[in-house]
Design a protein around this ligand. Sequence first.
Ligand code: NAD
Length: 272
Amino acid sequence: MRLKDKVAIVTGAGGGLGEGICLCLAREGAHVVVSDVNAAAAEKVAVKIREAGSKTIVVKTDVRVARECKELADTTVKEMGKVDILVCNAGVSGFVHRRESMEPPILETISEEDWSLTIDVNLKGTFLCNQAVVPYFKEQKSGKIVNISSIGGRKGVDFIPHYCASKAGVILFTQAIALQLAPYNVNANTVCPGLIWTPMWEEAAHVLALSYPAFKGLTPDQVFEGAVQNMIPLRRPQMPEDIGNAVVFLASDEAKQITGQALNVDGGAVFN
Ligand SMILES: NC(=O)c1ccc[n+]([C@@H]2O[C@H](COP(=O)([O-])OP(=O)(O)OC[C@H]3O[C@@H](n4cnc5c(N)ncnc54)[C@H](O)[C@@H]3O)[C@@H](O)[C@H]2O)c1
């Protein structure tokens, strides 16, 4: 049990990768604060964490709202006694406002609403949650931050420039705060997942099947499988536990000399 009795906050924990990350942390003995804008989804994950033998609470949080991020940090310390680990995982695909659009997802058709939502959740949300938790980390002179980026933050993907911009921002933001927080014995790193079949990818594949010339007529799972075969040298998708295992490592004492890094968990998709 590498994280016995540590307290971890995971945002966007109501499904997909977030659930996998929570369960990996609990398996290693951590107690987990399950935070999501969707409280009902978060409650379902909390049930599984309790079954795994860890303590848990649910805190409904919209990561775009500074006050709610501060409440998340304060409630964690009040209810769980401390906070040791922050995992900023909440994110959106960049396609939220164009679910039924037949227009190809080129630059001219990306709406201002999708640009703003993507930057606000993926990048500003990471900033606000880090800002809310860091005073506790500084005071106790320890803490582990793992911000979730993407291979799209490493290398441009043609149909999601706004998503790529948000995720590249997360990597550089994390490098900068790793420097600020090093004197306080706080490690800050990024994990860059490859392709995982979650509600986010299902939404993206649906949009691409409707609108992207190369994918027209395919089912969403065929689009995803095509992306895996084209982009992933190991020719298999990643699983939520693959990302959870990387988070556990970076949050553990085994990674105490690692800070400011971005770890690709992507079957070899990108090398930088
Ligand atoms: N699925 C992939 O292939 C993949 C690849 C690379 C990176 N990622 C990243 O991993 C993270 C999780 O993605 P996923 O695939 O599990 O997506 P998902 O859509 O399955 O889950 C995202 C979660 O974030 C929550 N969320 C959305 N907006 C929020 C907000 N404003 N405040 C709080 N919570 C909010 C949702 O309710 C949901 O539970 C995201 O940051 C995503 O960009 C995913």
